[in-house]
Design a binder for this molecule. Structure first.
Ligand SMILES: Nc1ncnc2c1ncn2[C@@H]1O[C@H](COP(=O)(O)OP(=O)(O)OP(=O)(O)O)[C@@H](O)[C@H]1O
Ligand SMILES: [Mg+2]
Length: 284
């Protein structure tokens, strides 16, 4: 069954969409079947893979409203092995339309269930909010991947996200894991980045992934050509870093049985969500 990874952080502009597109593309390039599901009304993943606006097209909105089957909404992309379920701006209304609906947090999970066997990885691009769309993504996911920038206050909003992950575990999705934290737009030449990284390492332990994503102009340009970076410029540092990230994630899942890896983590240090809310990052 395909592994469902939600790319989430309620902070805006941290690289969720860039990570979702390029991670899903890097999985496909590694010849594992991947599906990107755009859960954000901004539809940046959809546009970033070159799909034109189309109000008639089936989208994540229809899945949440139980108006269509996921298999009907899956579209192929230019990259073989990479598929997408597009978003639509009316997704923003789903937050309200679903209030009071049955199983409103489980809509996406239920919709994706019948197609999970068709893919090795399903990557969910979340909006910058802890809203019902993100809750649906977290309820549908096996794990959450958190893109973050190495900057002061980086940890501030994270405790809120980790609290939400904990609440999901207690209610809708007990087996939700943290896939990892990935540093985006990273510049390791600055002392600040190194200091913040050390702090994040103390806080997250080995959940802080060793692959970092550099600030790279090709990553910013590629969406305007409707392509993942590895098609736009495969030799760019940006494309290479996401290929490494996909490998690291696959190695962590495949290399060590997940249960063993988890035991080792909990033995070595407290799970991030049990650690005190990290608010000391602004002090040094
Ligand atoms: N590693 C990078 N190098 C250079 N530019 C980047 C990088 N990552 C992201 N960007 C640019 O930063 C901006 C924000 O990135 P992105 O859209 O991926 O963030 P996001 O978290 O999805 O935003 P939102 O919260 O609005 O959904 C975009 O213009 C993107 O092209
Ligand atoms: Mg985005």
């Amino acid at each position: 069954m395909g592994r469902v990874i939600a790319v989430a952080n309620q902070k805006g502009g941290v690289g969720k969409t860039t990570t979702a597109i390029n991670l899903a593309a890097s999985f496909a390039a590694a010849e594992v079947k991947s599906l990107l599901v755009d859960c954000d009304p901004q539809s940046n993943s959809t546009g970033g893979l070159g799909l034109p606006r189309d109000p008639e097209r089936l989208s994540t909105y229809h899945l949440l409203m139980a108006e269509a089957e996921a298999s009907q909404a899956v579209l192929p992309t230019e990259l073989e092995g990479l598929n997408i379920i597009p978003a639509h701006k009316n997704l923003i209304g789903a937050n309200l339309e679903l209030v009071g609906a049955d199983e409103r947090e489980f809509r996406l999970r239920n919709a994706l269930q019948p197609i999970r066997d068709n893919f090795d990885f399903i990557v969910l691009d979340c909006p910058p909010a802890l809203d019902l769309l993100t809750l649906n993504a977290l309820a549908a996911a096996d794990s959450v991947l958190i893109p973050m920038q190495a900057e002061y206050f980086a940890l501030e909003g994270i405790s809120e996200l980790l609290d939400t992950v904990n609440r999901l575990r207690e209610s809708f999705n007990p087996s939700l894991e943290i896939e990892g934290v990935v540093l985006t737009m990273y510049d390791d030449r600055t002392n600040l980045a190194q200091q913040v990284t050390q702090e994040l390492r103390n806080y997250f332990g080995d959940k802080l992934l060793s692959t970092t994503i550099p600030r790279n102009i090709r990553l910013a340009e590629a969406p305007s050509y409707g392509k993942p970076a590895l098609i736009y410029d495969v030799r760019s540092r940006g494309a290479e870093s996401y290929i490494r990230l996909a490998k690291e994630i696959m190695d962590r899942i495949g290399g060590t049985p997940v249960s063993v890896a988890q035991d080792a983590t909990t033995a070595a240090q407290p799970e991030p969500e049990l650690a005190p809310a990290g608010t000391n990052s602004q002090e040094n």
